[in-house]
Design a protein around this ligand. Structure first.
Ligand code: SF4
Ligand code: SF4
Length: 308
């Protein structure tokens, strides 16, 4: 039977819609995961960052990541590349972006995996290729990955990147230097090189105390909010911002104080319980992605005029 593309998409949308309703009706929020005392993380203090990008360079070196052309001229220029990436990619695990205009608003912010307390990427992964480690890092196992890319869709911060150009691709993202440094008792590479003290490495619980102490000591400088203490159920990477600069304008979404992992996990369980067809799964996860993107767009996060 011949079926037009339009009809196919309609059926897909309907299947996705019904499945989504079924899931939404039956998905029960499981108890959110709580942070554990031994977990490591980082405090990124955007009031201190001077935008030198030493942390980006250290990350590339530590993870042996390729340089990238800003203009997509890799083929033409070969090795003569100017490495100034505009977004996270399979070659760029962390990125410094400047937001805002004028001396007061201009702020440099570090983008990277947040190493969430209850990671949506791990919950969305059907085969368990992403996992929260005992040291707090959210680690990826390429050997287990089946390339479905649910993690990319589920992550509220658009962190996981896919190696589109490879025959056998993997997901790439910040590892919190788990294997190369944490397990050897060293801080993350980025924290180790920051000349401005903008990145503090340590136990998450200690970082919250440090952040609180900084806010209390200089309320005229800091906004009275530690980003990541609660957002999406808590993150291992925490942020401070200037008193008059909102986190939402820095690429840090104004998310609710609850993890999204409960929803992604419930969806996964229903897939196996009812054998919901893949087209429906993509529709549901696509809906989550559209929601995340809309939130970011509304907050002026990606591609805004004030972002460099
Ligand atoms: S920021 Fe995204 S990729 Fe990183 S742990 Fe959280 S959900 Fe996973
Ligand atoms: S090394 Fe420190 S000061 Fe330099 S860009 Fe990175 S966070 Fe900012």
């Amino acid at each position: 039977m011949d079926i037009s593309r339009r009809k196919f998409l309609k059926i897909g949308a309907a299947a996705g819609g019904s499945a989504a309703c079924a899931v939404a009706a039956k998905a029960e929020a499981r108890n959110a995961r709580q942070p554990e005392p031994q977990w490591y993380g980082m405090l990124n203090d955007s009031t201190r960052c001077i935008g030198c990008k030493a942390c980006m360079v250290a990350c590339k070196k530590e993870n042996k990541l390729e340089a990238e052309s800003t203009l997509g001229e890799k083929e033409a220029l070969g090795e003569q590349l100017y490495d100034a990436p505009r977004a996270l990619s399979e070659h760029t695990y962390t990125l410094i972006k400047m937001h805002g205009e004028g001396e007061q608003e201009k702020t440099f912010v570090k983008a990277q995996c947040m190493h969430c307390v209850d990671p949506a990427c791990a919950s969305a992964c059907i085969v368990g290729a992403l996992k929260k480690e005992d040291n707090g890092a959210v680690k990826y196992d390429a050997g287990m990955c089946m390339g479905c890319r649910y993690c990319m869709v589920a992550c509220p911060y658009s962190v996981p990147q896919f190696e589109w150009h490879r025959a056998i691709p993997s997901i790439r993202k910040c590892t919190l230097c788990s294997e190369t440094r944490l397990e050897k008792g060293k801080p993350t590479a980025c924290a180790g090189v920051c000349p401005a003290g903008a990145i503090t490495f340590g136990r998450r619980s200690e970082l919250i105390k440090i952040a609180r102490a900084r806010i209390d000591a200089a309320p005229e400088i800091y906004l009275d909010h530690i980003y990541g203490e609660q957002e999406v159920g808590g993150t291992g990477v925490l942020y401070l911002t200037k008193k008059y600069v909102a986190f939402a304008g820095l690429g840090l979404g104004d998310f609710d104080y609850k993890p999204v992992s409960g929803l992604t996990e419930s969806i996964q369980h229903r897939i196996f319980q009812y054998f919901i067809p893949p087209i429906a799964v993509y529709s549901i996860l696509g809906g989550i992605m559209a929601y995340n993107q809309r939130r970011k767009h509304n907050a002026g996060i990606e591609g805004g005029d004030d972002e460099y």
